[in-house]
Design a protein around this ligand. Sequence first.
Ligand code: SAH
Ligand code: MG
Length: 190
Amino acid sequence: MVRVLEEYAKNNNVPIMQKDGIEFMCHYIKSHNIKSILEIGTAIGYSAINMALISKDIKVTTIERNDKMYKKKKKNIHKFNLDNQIQIIYDDALNTNINDKYDLIFIDAAKSQYIKFFEKYKHNLNTNGVIITDNLSFHGMVEDESKTHNRNTKQMIRKIRKYIDFLKNNNEYITEFYEVGDGISITKKS
Ligand code: SAH
Ligand code: MG
């Protein structure tokens, strides 16, 4: 059934996680016994649904600011019978206040705001929790900027690079980078 979501995303240019990326993340969730997840940026609910489908005792809280996406997502979650496992917060993640702690925080919203998301939500991490970030390669453009001539895209790519440097130089956290999907990192407290 998730195939329907993949098809929809493709036809409507919704930037959902790449297949090997979501598989990698789901494998990590399974093998590390992750039970509580906070997702920043959820679009049509593809990654949230995939994560919730791993096990009945996984709970996902997910934040989305786009009205159209929010409605679409709500419908999808209902279709998959996951209303009990997935809670959607319709808000800008930079304004949301969340007090709960999570085993996993998944950052996948506006790429130019990654440092802000990290700084804001690191306080919501359980001891031994991890932060996973998607799109650190941005279709290979982060490694090779000449792949785009668009000024806004170039700006965003530079922001992603800044985030990568921020992770690499952060003494409080240790990050591993994976060339899977569109580039994924896993960050833990050091
Ligand atoms: N995680 C999803 C894809 C998310 S695409 C998946 O793989 O299936 C990124 C989404 O983040 C978009 O829908 C966009 O509206 C949302 N977004 C961007 N900035 C945001 C913010 N500051 N707060 C909440 N949502 C945001
Ligand atoms: Mg992504």
